[in-house]
Design a protein around this ligand. Structure first.
Ligand SMILES: [Zn+2]
Ligand SMILES: [Zn+2]
Length: 829
């Protein structure tokens, strides 16, 4: 290499080859050592890794290597979330089969990750589109079916017209498809669900027991689960004694303020309440209008609420007065009971609706002084509320619920916003749902011995709608495992989020072929100690994986309650003001950075440019700076190889002042870098500390005179500083540090060395600055030995040249010594 850059190409290739040959990151269970399971969310094999993706792998590799050096047995696997729509869409566009497209991308992306030198145990690689993988989730599906945790139901679901498939609620953001951003439409369809709602309470409760998770993610999950406590009770329909409507409210204390009630347009009681033919027609028209909106639109806060007033009324059970009854789009059949009592005084939506429809508004909570808003949802004293008057809201809620219970009209009730997870996809490239439909036996799960139900290779993909599998006769026409007669296979495939709900378990024993995972291996490695991935999965993958783990636990497969002990959600990589992505055309390719600067430089830049949880702005100066730093380290170490190799292994016990100060810098750096990695993931400040150490090293070398330079002290400290630098920098930039480590004459890998520990003796400050005050004013500063005797400090203070003029010719009343900090002298004339 003739350029000014160190030979990173040769070095990186050499060490990737060596680590591979040594099988350095291949691991096995070893009960004698503490384990650390370090995991980055596995990628979808979409094509190419770019610098927007590199960040998460750089963070994972840094933590894995750091933990190796701390003596842990580290599991750091990688695989592919390989099912999904892009493969199918590419097939439709370019005529290449999804399986070919997927495995070609996997091969390319694997080679990229290998050229980055990430410390993966490649023996554990899994691809979720492999039948030996999805076989096991088909088995679990059948077990879930037996327990009622998987079920099929006709319901209104979210339909993405562009992706031509159903989406789960978690996959709809502001009414749009999470993948393609198309507007989602409601559609009534038979489809499969996982009963995640059965775990709502546990999922919520564990949000308080995951201290290693970012609070932001836990809050998003809590809100998504949306627990609300309240009461459920009956409203009698006025004049129809046999009819009553069940409502749910979180505010039973506000019943005295009920201005009207609302039924969801889909509510089955509507047809009984409405009997007049003309009114029925109006209802049908209203329902048709509402059915054109998605749930998200219907419940959006910022749009007018549509309502249809019915001729029937309902009776307020507390006051026995009839109030109007409406159908309104903002009440959904799927939440609570599909009917509400409306209390505009204390509910914003109801207030708006009441204003739009000229309904009375009764306030039942005393407003705070100066209140100018509309509905008031805060605490206060109850008013206009009969027997609840004068009570605080919480107590009034209890009393109102007691009243409903004792009068036989209602019960206390908890509701959740969370809905069951819709897992049916009307697409090809996914795991087949392992059930059949037999004329004689109805729906029948596939027999265990027939698993996997493999995805047929031969399929016509048109993207024109309908499950592609339905047109594959050899797949559809099958044998009923129960009666042996003809049966038709289910043609929906599973949501790909099912595969990602357990891949971390599969990594524990990826080749195990008699079950999902080997119990002892999983017991050793699980749970994941550090999980790293984007915030966009807060209520998607991260919720599903928690649920699925609990299901596996309840099926007796694992003992863990939660899959991920700690979570780091890295920020995005931004370029030209937008998230780096292929579709935005602002991608910096990993290949380009690696070719021009080396993989270590790309990683160092991304770890240095911002704290991991913050967004990172790509800039070319930054990467140049990272490159300059590594070259500086390289040149310095190479220039001093002989001196360092000849140096004593340890610094002498007694050091010169300069030597002691330099050694303190070395050990302070160890402490700072360790704390920054360990406590708060402040990788950027850790790197800054290493850079300061390198500056100090160069200054130490430059300041030493020729005589000093040849002393054992100098050589020993140079060695200590250089070796410490390589240790600390190793997990950030593994190739260049490993090479320099070898150049220093070491035979064993840098990553088999122990992470340095700061020497308390070296950290000790030998002198401190003590401030001298005379009559409350600072008059001098003393350099004294740490923990010097009070008497000695007092003498030094009184004898100090800057202090003397302020105490001479005055009587000294009192001298107070605060050790290591202050001498306070009080005088009198
Ligand atoms: Zn879509
Ligand atoms: Zn049958």
């Amino acid at each position: 290499m003739s350029t000014d850059r160190y030979p990173f190409r040769e070095i990186e290739a050499k060490w990737q080859r060596t680590w591979e040959e040594m099988k350095q990151f291949r691991v096995q269970e070893d009960p004698s050592r503490p384990k650390f399971y370090c995991l980055e969310m596995f990628p979808y094999p979409s094509g190419r890794i770019h610098m927007g993706h590199v960040r998460v792998y750089a963070i994972g590799d840094l933590l894995a290597r750091y933990k190796w050096m701390r003596g842990y047995n580290v599991l750091h696997p990688m695989g592919w979330d390989a099912f999904g729509l892009p493969a199918e869409n590419a097939a439709i566009e370019h005529g290449v089969h999804p399986v070919i497209w997927t495995y070609e991308n996997i091969d390319y992306m694997r080679s990229q990750l290998q050229k980055m030198g990430i410390s993966y145990d490649w023996d554990r690689e899994v691809a979720t589109c492999d039948p030996t993988y999805y076989k096991w989730e088909q088995l679990i599906f059948i077990k879930m079916l037996e327990r009622g945790l998987a079920y099929r139901k006709r319901s209104t679901v979210n339909w993405c017209p562009s992706c031509q498939t159903v989406l789960a609620n978690e996959q709809v953001e502001d009414g749009r498809c999470w993948r393609c951003n198309s507007e989602v439409m409601p559609r009534e369809i038979d489809s499969w669900f996982f009963k995640i709602t059965a775990y709502a309470e546990e999922l919520l409760a564990w949000c308080d027991r995951l201290p290693g998770w970012p609070e932001r993610v836990l809050t998003m999950q809590r809100n998504w689960i949306g627990k609300s406590e309240g009461a459920e009770f009956d409203l009698k329909v006025d004049g129809q004694p046999d009819l009553s409507i069940r409502v749910f409210t979180t505010r039973p204390d506000t019943v005295f303020g009920m201005a009207y009630a609302v039924l969801a347009p889909e509510h089955p009681l509507v047809d009984r309440v409405v009997r007049d033919p003309a009114e029925r027609e109006a209802v049908a028209r209203f329902r048709a209008e509402v059915s054109r909106q998605s749930e998200i639109e219907r419940t959006a806060a910022d749009r007018p609420k549509r309502g249809l007033r019915l001729s029937a009324k309902v009776v307020n059970p507390f006051t026995n007065t009839p109030v109007p009854l409406f159908l309104a789009d903002y009440v959904l059949m799927g939440y609570g009971t599909g009917a509400i009592m409306a209390v505009p005084g204390e509910d914003e939506r109801d207030w708006e609706f009441a204003e739009q429809h000229g309904l009375p508004i009764i306030e039942t909570v005393q407003r705070p002084d100066g209140w100018t808003g509309k509905a008031y949802t805060g605490d206060g004293v109850k008013i206009n509320s009969g027997f609840l008057d004068g009570l605080a809201v919480a107590e009034a809620k209890r009393r109102a619920t007691d009243w409903l219970v004792s009068h036989g009209v209602g019960i206390g009730k908890v509701n959740y916003r969370l809905r069951d997870w819709g897992i049916s996809r009307q697409r090809y490239w996914g795991a087949p749902i392992p059930v059949l439909y037999c004329d004689k036996d109805g729906m029948v799960p596939e027999a265990e011995k027939n698993l996997p139900v493999a995805l047929p290779r031969d399929v016509q993909l048109s993207g024109k709608g309908g499950s592609p599998l339905a047109s594959v006769a050899s797949f559809v026409n099958a044998t009923c495992p129960k009666c042996g007669g003809p049966a038709k296979r289910e043609t929906d495939t599973m949501d790909t989020f099912v595969e990602s709900s357990w891949y971390f378990l599969r990594y524990c024993s990826p080749r195990y072929d008699t079950g999902m995972f080997e119990a002892n291996a999983a017991a050793y490695w699980m749970p994941v100690d550090q999980y790293i991935g984007g915030i966009e999965h807060a209520v998607l993958h991260l919720l599903y994986a928690r649920f699925y783990t609990k299901v596996l636990r309840d099926l007796g497969l694992t003992k863990i309650d939660e899959p991920f002990m700690a979570l780091l959600s890295q920020g995005m990589v931004i370029k030209d003001g937008a998230k780096m992505s292929k579709s935005k055309g602002n991608v910096v390719s990993d290949d380009y950075v690696r070719e021009k600067y080396g993989a270590d430089t790309g990683r160092l830049f991304e770890l240095f440019a911002a704290p991991p949880e913050k967004d990172l702005e790509w800039n070319d100066q930054g990467i140049e700076g990272a490159s300059r730093f590594l070259n500086r380290v390289w040149r310095f170490v190479i220039a001093h190889l002989d001196e360092i190799k000849a140096a004593p292994a340890a610094a002498p016990a007694s050091l010169s002042d300069a030597g002691r100060a330099f050694r303190r810098t070395i050990h302070e750096t160890i402490q700072r870098v360790t704390d920054d990695i360990e406590r708060e993931f402040h990788f950027n400040t850790a790197i800054a500390a290493i850079m300061e150490l390198v500056n100090a090293l160069q200054a130490f070398e430059a300041a030493a005179g020729d005589g000093a330079r040849t002393t054992p002290e100098h050589a020993a400290l140079m060695r200590e500083a250089v070796e410490t630098t390589l240790h600390l920098l190793g997990p950030f930039c593994p190739h260049v540090t490993e090479e320099l480590w070898e150049q220093l004459g070491h035979r064993e890998s840098l990553f088999k060395q122990r992470w340095p520990v700061a020497d308390p003796a070296a950290l000790q400050k030998t002198e401190v600055t003590v401030v001298v005050q005379v009559d409350g004013k600072v008059r001098g500063r003393l350099q004294v030995g740490v923990d010097a005797a009070d008497d000695q400090v007092r003498q030094l203070a009184l004898g100090d040249d800057r202090v003397k003029p302020w105490v001479e010719r005055r009587r000294i009343e009192k001298v107070v010594v605060v050790p290591n900090r202050l001498v306070n002298i009080v005088t009198r004339a």
